[in-house]
Design a protein around this ligand. Structure first.
Ligand SMILES: [Zn+2]
Length: 313
């Protein structure tokens, strides 16, 4: 089974590809790295099942692991730009989340990159920002984080029509696999830490992991209202779908018209990418997102149970 992946591209000239003449036409949904196979999910929404982890499980789990060493707290301050904006109780929760994440997840360097505490702590703290206040066990399906020293190339195919496929190489900043793997380029992680208002690949890829948690599919609709009644979840789900569909279609129209807007054009790729890009902006440039897209901000504020715009006021 081919795992679904959601790569995050970087602007770079791909290596020269070649055309496969006469190959069978491949529907976009069958390819690994472009339009989400579940692009129609916003048009045919179903209330996802509840994610089974509970707040009690999280409270019990964090007791099993040692406190975060002081040196690692300093690394969080440097490598997670959001830490210093957080209220004090949230900083403590982020530290707890990070130490559990670091104890449970495996890091592996690629292209001879040596995994350091800096890499592990920087990634963990930023990834765990998405878990605050949500009472859940973090990323239960995720096992491994692969880290490249810099943007890497991965093979890709694009259907050209008439049964023709183009094979090429694509520069990537990261990707998120349904099969429990996140891939990151360390230089892009550092760039996102220095300039979170321009995007953050860690937030992007881990938003995809949240998107997988409601049953394995990334479709821009993560598990909503965990712990709430079915009636409440159905209502919240309807509100989420309505807002996300409107915002996504608005971005698609702007991109088609060649009118760059506040949200990055990559979010127009499919609903899953829209959710990931919106997550980056929600934390990276929250005041402007709230000003320009108040309904989108409100949905994300409800989902993440955080108000990043308030941190900056
Ligand atoms: Zn993505």
């Amino acid at each position: 089974m081919v795992a679904e992946r959601h790569p995050r591209f970087v602007p770079a000239k791909p290596r020269q590809g070649r055309h496969l003449q006469g190959s069978p036409a491949v529907p976009i949904a069958a390819s690994q790295n472009q339009v989400c196979p579940r692009q129609s999910a916003l048009d045919n929404p179903k209330v996802p099942r509840q994610f089974p982890a509970s707040k009690t499980m999280w409270q019990e789990r964090k007791k099993r692991f040692a406190p975060l060493p002081p040196d690692w707290k300093r690394l969080i301050q440097v490598l997670c730009p959001f830490y210093n904006r957080l209220p004090e109780p949230d900083r403590r929760e982020l530290e707890d989340r990070s130490r559990v994440f670091l104890a449970e997840k495996h890091f592996e360097g690629c292209d001879e990159l040596a995994i350091t505490d800096e890499i592990r702590v920087g990634v963990a703290a930023t990834a765990c920002l998405l878990l605050l206040h949500r009472g859940l066990v973090g990323y239960p399906g995720l096992r491994t984080i692969l880290v490249y020293p810099s943007s890497y190339f991965a093979p890709t195919t694009q259907p050209l029509g008439a049964g023709v496929l183009e094979e090429s190489w694509q520069a990537r900043a990261g990707e998120s696999w349904q099969a429990g793997v996140v891939v990151l380029a360390w230089d892009e992680v550092c760039r996102g830490a220095r300039h979170p208002e321009t995007g953050n690949v860690v937030l992007h890829e881990f938003a995809h992991q949240l998107d997988y948690e409601d049953g394995g599919d990334a479709n821009g609709i993560p598990a909503l209202g965990n712990g709430d009644s079915f009636v409440t979840r159905r209502r919240r789900h309807a509100a989420w779908v309505a807002v996300m569909r409107a915002e996504y279609e608005q971005l698609r129209a702007a991109v088609t018209a060649g009118q760059p807007g506040f949200l990055r054009a990559y979010g127009a790729t499919n609903p899953a990418e829209f959710f990931a890009v919106a997550t980056e902006v929600f934390f990276g440039d929250p005041v402007e997102l709230q000003r320009q897209h108040p309904a989108l901000y409100a949905e994300l504020q409800w989902f993440y149970r955080q108000d990043p715009a308030q941190w900056l006021r």
